[in-house]
Design a protein around this ligand. Structure first.
Ligand code: NAG
Ligand code: NAG
Ligand code: NAG
Ligand code: NAG
Ligand code: NAG
Ligand code: NAG
Ligand code: NAG
Ligand code: NAG
Ligand code: NAG
Length: 490
């Protein structure tokens, strides 16, 4: 591994005012042993002032200092109206009332009205498909039926628009996008750090893929490398500019439409504008504590990215945000049998091994409903991938010094211990953690504890007895990639 890239881990991007080591040490729950339950040792149940809550508060304080530039206030309002309009059904009722009235009283007005509706919603280049057509309603004389027809078609169009919005074609929370942009301008180094982390994870993964028996024996290395190469983190300034362009386009298109349309049809103009948006690059800036891999692009909410600024030894960064980065990168290489992925292969043995660990961790740590289901595999796999690869990177970075005490620690915490603690902080919640059979993510406590249970050094790091829960909950050791990985694939 290249040392030049490693240097990024050493760069401290400090938030000076807080002693984060003290914060971390004070939030650890002394009543729950780390060997009995890593997650609950780090994230005390029923307490609201856990480490991650403090990080989030600090991030919010910092974020709120950044204001939306004044020239965007109007756009912001328009986008907010859009959201409200889409949620509001009252404007629809107006449209339906109008349709009913025209239908019964004035067929000429009704025709004009339907033509207008259709021209706004239908793309003229495509044939009149049922749900985009309104004028054909004139063929029916029964106004009850006609209004039903219009209702049905409009609802269908709005449902589609809602779906499109959900997938961030449009940076729907304009305030958040604009404020995020301002924040990023002052914090570019955070994204540089994440980007070099991605490069390191990819480089090490490449090495491991080449050694993986089921990949090697099936000549899949080049396919994997190709896929790997294309994954990237877009420059946040470019995303921001794209989002802002989209907001301004939205405004001007909406204005164009509103000029020709009665004010009670304004919601149709929103629909029209959404339909005609450039939907090519569907990503937005966002401030939340979330991350995604929407291959080939990745995205990190700023509340997560903020972790990269916390002034603690590199072990903390490696175990927290870098671990999340690895999880997102991992989604690229982990495939479920469902096959809804660009990567057609994975090992069934490895898949079963991973699921078994999650099942066993459920048995030991359930705080309520705890089920390991097939639908979670993509995420469980990405977790397992990230725990495996980040620990390797952590060890390579620290070498012998990983068991040295951290200067200033009141409890004699070592770097290796900090590394494990930091995992837990990112998924912290004081509430009982449960997993729904239909949810794509397993319960946070199971995610953290199964990752640590799989780590053969965990017991040594904390001096755990062999019969402690963290050690006993280990299922068979899984090797996802590398020379010890499985022979077979599906
Ligand atoms: C948390 O609070 C609930 C309800 O107040 C209680 O039943 C439970 O025992 C508490 N758990 C812990 C670990 O303190
Ligand atoms: C952004 O950085 C500049 C230069 O370091 C600084 O003067 C300014 O206060 C920062 N903005 C905020 C909102 O913190
Ligand atoms: C949404 O409905 C409320 C009343 O329920 C109304 O006051 C508000 O103006 C409506 N907003 C839009 C954008 O139509
Ligand atoms: C709007 O209508 C949908 C069904 O058409 C309904 O599910 C939803 O609750 C309604 N929303 C409001 C705010 O009335
Ligand atoms: C219109 O159609 C509805 C059912 O779709 C029916 O109940 C009603 O009687 C019809 N009205 C007339 C005037 O035919
Ligand atoms: C893999 O490729 C090599 C040559 O590049 C070829 O000899 C070998 O048969 C291939 N193996 C499989 C399983 O396709
Ligand atoms: C990898 O990608 C390059 C170009 O993107 C293509 O020419 C090559 O065939 C690909 N190789 C495999 C094994 O998919
Ligand atoms: C990350 O690095 C890649 C090149 O490795 C570059 O294309 C991309 O713009 C960078 N992204 C960020 C956020 O710096
Ligand atoms: C994968 O393993 C599971 C559990 O052993 C088995 O039921 C399934 O048939 C296997 N699938 C394939 C494709 O081998």
């Amino acid at each position: 591994m290249k040392l030049s890239i490693f240097i990024y881990f050493c760069l401290i991007l400090p938030i000076f005012s807080i002693n984060w080591l003290e914060v971390l040490e004070n939030t650890l729950d002394k009543n729950v042993g780390v060997c009995d339950n890593l997650y609950r040792h780090v994230c005390p149940q029923n307490k609201t002032d856990g480490f991650s809550q403090i990080v989030k508060q600090e991030f919010r304080k910092d974020f709120e200092k950044y204001k939306i530039p004044e020239n965007f206030e109007k756009i912001k309002e328009e986008i907010e109206t859009l959201i409200e309009t889409i949620r509001n059904n009252t404007t629809f009722d107006l449209i339906f009332e109008k349709s009913e009235k025209f239908c019964q009283e004035n067929r000429d007005e009704f025709r004009l009205f339907l033509e207008q509706l259709e021209s706004l919603i239908r793309n003229e280049n495509i044939p009149c498909e049922d749900d985009r057509c309104f004028v054909i309603a004139l063929e029916n004389d029964n106004c009850t039926d006609v209004v039903e027809f219009i209702k049905f078609n409009l609802k269908k169009n709005f449902d589609l628009a809602k779906e499109e919005i959900k997938f961030v074609y449009l940076p729907i929370d304009a305030t958040d996008v604009l404020q995020s942009f301002e924040w990023i301008k002052n914090n570019t180094e955070v994204f540089d750090r994440i980007n070099s982390t991605i490069a390191i994870i990819k480089a090490l993964t490449s090495e491991k893929l080449r050694e993986t028996p089921w990949i090697k024996n099936n000549n899949l290395t080049r396919i994997f490398e190709n896929i790997s190469k294309k994954l990237y983190l877009p420059d946040p300034e470019i995303i921001a500019n794209l989002n802002i362009k989209r907001l301004t386009d939205y405004e001007s298109n909406l204005n164009k439409c509103s000029k020709n349309v009665p004010s009670d049809l304004i919601s149709i103009c929103h629909l029209h504008t959404i339909k005609n948006m450039d939907k090519k690059d569907k990503y937005a800036l966002f401030s939340g504590d979330n991350a995604f891999n929407s291959y080939p692009i990745m995205g990190f909410g700023l509340a997560f990215a903020y972790y990269a600024k916390i002034d603690l030894p590199p072990a903390f960064y490696l175990g927290s945000i870098a671990q999340i980065v690895a999880h997102e990168v991992g989604h690229t290489y982990i495939v479920s049998e469902r096959g809804d992925n660009f990567l057609p292969y994975f090992s069934n043995d490895t898949r079963n091994c991973i699921q078994n660990q999650f099942t066993k961790s459920c048995e030991y740590f359930a705080e309520g409903e705890c089920k390991t289901s097939d639908i979670q595999f993509d995420d469980n796999g990405a977790d397992s991938f990230s725990f495996e690869i980040m620990y390797q990177i952590f060890k390579a970075f620290y070498g012998e010094t990983m068991n040295d005490e951290i200067i200033g620690s009141k409890i004699g915490m070592t770097h290796a211990q900090l590394y494990f603690y930091s995992h837990g902080t990112t998924l912290c919640s004081p509430k009982p953690r449960i997993s729904y059979p239909k949810g794509s993510h397993h319960a946070s406590n199971v995610r953290i504890n199964s990752g640590a249970a799989q780590n053969l050094d965990f017991g040594k790091t904390f001096n755990c007895a062999p019969n402690s829960k963290m050690i006993e909950s280990r299922a068979e050791k899984c090797y996802i990639f590398g020379e010890n990985a499985a022979e077979t694939r599906f």
